[in-house]
Design a protein around this ligand. Sequence first.
Ligand SMILES: [Zn+2]
Length: 338
Amino acid sequence: MKKTKICLIMAVLLILSTVTGCTKKKEEKPEDGYSINYLVLVNKLNPLPENWEKEIRTENFTNSVGMNVEVETKAYQAYLQLKQELENEGVYIDLDSARRSIEEQQQIMDEFSEEYGADYAAKVVAKPGYSEHHTGLALDLYLIVDGKDITLNEDLVQYPEIWQKIHEKMTKYGFILHYIDGKEHITGYAYEPWHLRYVDDPEIPKEIMDKGITLESYLGMVNETDPVIDLGTSAIYSEDELREMAILIKCTFAAWKDCELHSIRYAGDEASSEENLKWINSISTGTEYVKVVEFLMDFHSPKNNENSALEADHEYTDYQWWLGRDAEGSWEIVSFGY
Ligand SMILES: [Zn+2]
């Protein structure tokens, strides 16, 4: 049985500014009155707008593996044109999944909760109402290679040269790649070469893809160069205290030449254990620590870093920073790395 792609997510924390109404509305109104906002942003922080499900028009068709697929009307027309152009060049694609209703997403969530537990389900399945697939504008492609349907994510990633061809062609038909590589901290999703997003106006995809930015930053929701600082919640430390620690890490990191900081996150109260305290004291060179705290960091190493111990041009995720507090109450960095 074919595995349905549900855009499995990485357990990436996402903190964006709480701006609402992230829209750049299009002015034109077609004569038949059908007008939706093709730049709508639905992600882990922004739910599907109310009435969207009533307003969109969709098309249904059956794909090469016999599944029914529903797509927003205009996105579907654009997809057919893209498909035709690719076929002329010997690249064969089909649609695995496009529109999913909030109800269907809830079903997926329930199935996962039942099988793996609610915590795991919440981590890997988009919350109903917060999946881009609700819009009908997100299209998950699969490939047909030598007459064979390639539908599983782990198989699809084996064809980077085919995806490159698709990504080159898609912009002129109004599609962008939303979950681009290295932007997990902004989109909340790992790289998904198959997840195309229709934004209508072909000028916009070109700009977004040429700049290598996310839809979030095109819409002004985030500044891609600003790191995300997530202090989480703690029953032990105040927000001010946690902020001070995050700043200490940020300042230390600032000396790492050409490294790009993406996020710093408080790892949680569980890391402040007796065991970890013992450990940092065992590696300490003199100071006796009375408290221990862990932070996690995502960052990107520079393309050229011959003199560094870091791997070149690499996205480091969940990189650990350990801090200790001495008897006088001052915090310092004791250790970092994996
Ligand atoms: Zn998808």
